[in-house]
Design a protein around this ligand. Sequence first.
Ligand code: PLP
Length: 316
Amino acid sequence: MAFRSVCFPQFLRSLVGPGCSKAGACRYFAPRAASASKQACDPPSYRDDENADVDWENLGFSAVQTDFMYIMKCSKDENFVQGQLSRYRNIEFNPSAGVLNYGQGIFEGLKANRKEDGSLLLFRPDQNAIRMKIGAERMCMPSPSIDQFIEAVKQTALANKRWVPPPRKGSLYIRPLLIGSGPVLGIAPAPEYMFLTYASPVGNYFKVVKALIRARSQGFSDVLYLDSVNKKYLEELSASNIFIIKGNVIATPPTSGTILPGITRKSIIDIAYDLGYQVEERAISVDELIDADEVFCTGTAVGVGSVGSVTYRGRR
Ligand SMILES: Cc1ncc(COP(=O)(O)O)c(C=O)c1O
């Protein structure tokens, strides 16, 4: 099934893309605080306006080692108190760390974008903080407060400012991790926890996908998962949520259960309401997908991406 040339995602991209001013959803912060936040470890040897030696035109979506990460630790039944920046480095764990033995760990992902005036924008970091709290509770872990989370993300972005791509060339992808770092043997929550944020510059996702498509000329750029019970209702893609448009109705599957409650998804729903669309969060069958006017996906990596075609049971 192929979809009509897409206009809605293009419009939305202009709202939630790197500039994201209209969505009113970004946190703005100026570079000035960077020097203060860097005092916790060796001072950087580069100027605040210096750029890292990166080929900004050909950035993909893979890990590039940057200068600093932010670490905060606490014991079970305690709260995180104070974290600090440290040089980007490998970290050591006891072989019986909770995260290695029982997978007691969760992660988030969000971006910082550079504005024309050099300042940086974060897209709704409070929403990532809230989602991490929900995940942490489910995994029996203490979590940073919303302010601590935002502070860690800000400090990570500012300390690695020279790795933030120029406007429209990409973003600094920030990865907050919360892991059970203390040793456990029997099944139990770990006695110690680590909250860590690191960052990597990434390119514009559509370019990455384009490269992927070129490289796999006979293949597919992503996988759209169906529900595991009926095998006919849409769930999500590998790292994004799915939407369909039919007339004035924008529909997306509900996030209860196995679908990640995407922050981009939430933002798009709010914007669609504001634009006068009828928004429905409900089960969507493959048949409805085939019949849709437009299909698009949303996520931190892709932003808002048009879906050109879907192949189902060998039929495009
Ligand atoms: C499985 C999955 N679904 C959806 C999303 C989109 O979520 P967000 O918009 O918060 O990036 C992601 C993001 O990583 C994901 O991994």
